[in-house]
Design a protein around this ligand. Structure first.
Ligand SMILES: [Zn+2]
Length: 437
């Protein structure tokens, strides 16, 4: 039987991100339905009958990027308030703006985020926010892969009210999306400082019962560590360990302030970490000891965090920052080399979300989440090492084509399934209401 492909992406350098780090010059990727059917030399696949052919024009063919921590709908607050101390930023600007949100606004903000992410090469994201079912629906409309979780905390939520209803909402979310090819639900308590021990135990219990990820902000600032120490006599990581919450399905976002003992605990329990260097820099939270975590074998993904503390969702920019920040802080140019950072934004990010059998690398049998970088640009010429370019020279706007689950979402920088003008008009309208409440 002659194999056929619905989609053939050809004539590029294929960065597989597989276990061997295979790079194929003059390579191609064949897609059949939702799945990668073959990865190999262009010459070997030229005879393959294909429905649609994408010519990478000598550029880079690689897995779509994985944003392991964001709050997608916060695109609505981009640039609303900057350069402020964390508490004033949150209490005087972000929380009052969030109090105005409803489900339709979150949907509009999430659609805007999806458009921005596809345009900058992200094909999968892990989200925490209010009205999260609206984010799931936006991801579905956009055709993106997503892990979604309703933010849970001790005080009443503008979405679900008291926490008991938050657990019910979370269970419903898990149930609604459990067989979806693109969307997975997660359980997402906000943080140890906004969630009482009972809430955290219950959240962990729901995640274990339903075998879904548990996602939390952890050890983001010195003040969080001081608060938790005062309340519970332990570091935030130790506190979660004492509650029995540390587990292989836990994704801990930020992990900026960690002791050696904290890192031991994360390692022992196989906890996953999401590193958000630009947000940590902008909010002056500090620098996560990511090189030490990686040395210990802690699986670490890369995230942008929300748009109001970054202020973009471009993971290429985030990779560049991640690679340079740790060099500068340690006065050591060998830490966080480009290949390590690229793994964080692809396969390690996928593993952090429990999706490494699905996405994060180009391998036969995995879902076809693929992007193509157009390297016919002055800032990408010449190209000695494609991985160096991906981390230090490529920007999100160099992504020409994006495919998720076998479906072409963007071709030649044109979004094929989203009405970008309408999405931006809706966001402007919401912004006018936020500015003049
Ligand atoms: Zn966050």
């Amino acid at each position: 039987m002659t194999p056929t492909a619905d989609l053939l992406i050809t004539n590029g350098t294929v960065i597989t991100m597989d276990a061997d780090g295979r790079i194929i010059k003059n390579g191609a990727v064949a897609v059949s339905g939702e799945t990668i059917a073959a990865v190999g030399a262009s010459a070997d696949m030229q005879a393959l009958p294909a429905g649609e052919i994408v010519d990478a024009a000598g550029g880079i063919i690689m897995p779509g990027l994985v944003n392991s921590h964001t709050h997608a709908a916060m695109t609505l607050f981009r640039g609303l308030a900057d350069d402020l101390p964390l508490m004033s930023w949150l209490n005087d600007h972000i929380f009052p703006a969030e109090a105005l949100l409803d489900e339709a606004m979150v949907h509009a903000g999430a659609l805007l985020a999806c458009a921005e992410m596809i345009l900058s090469g992200t094909t999968c994201f892990c989200d925490m926010y209010l009205f999260e079912d609206a984010v799931a629906r936006a991801a579905k409309i956009a055709g993106m892969r997503a892990v979604v979780g309703e933010v849970l905390y001790d005080f009443p939520s503008p979405n679900y009210g008291p926490i008991e209803k938050g657990f019910a909402y979370t269970r419903r979310l898990i149930d609604t999306w459990k067989n979806d090819p693109l969307v997975t639900a997660a359980v997402e308590p906000h943080s140890p400082y906004l969630c009482a021990p009972d809430l955290l135990r219950e959240a962990a219990d729901i995640a274990r019962t339903h075998r879904v990820p548990l996602v939390i902000h952890l050890s983001e600032t010195e003040s969080e560590v001081a608060t938790i120490r005062e309340k519970y006599g332990a570091t935030p990581v130790r506190h979660l360990a004492d509650l029995g919450v540390l587990d292989a399905n836990l994704l801990a976002c930020h992990c900026v302030v960690l002791s050696e003992r904290d890192m031991d605990l994360l390692q022992q329990h196989d906890v996953k970490v999401a590193h958000n260097p630009e947000s940590n820099m902008k909010l002056a939270s500090g620098i996560s000891p990511v090189p030490d975590l990686i040395k210990r074998g802690v699986c670490t993904g890369l995230g942008t965090d929300g748009c109001s503390s970054n202020n973009n969702l471009d993971l290429f920019s985030e990779m560049d920052t991640a690679a340079k920040l740790h060099k500068a802080s340690r006065l050591d140019p060998t830490v966080m080399d480009a290949a390590t950072v690229l793994r964080m934004a692809t396969i390690d990010g996928a593993r952090a979300l429990g999706l490494d059998s699905v996405t994060g690398s180009l391998e036969t049998g995995k879902r076809a989440d693929i992007i193509v970088i157009d390297t016919r640009k002055p800032h990408l010429t010449p190209m000695y090492h494609p991985i160096s370019h991906l981390v230090y020279a490529v920007g999100g706007s160099d992504v020409a084509t994006a495919v998720v689950n076998g479906r072409v979402l963007m071709k030649d920088r044109r979004l094929l399934h989203l009405d970008l003008e309408k999405i931006m008009a809706d966001a402007r309208q919401i912004a006018a209401a936020i500015r003049s409440p």
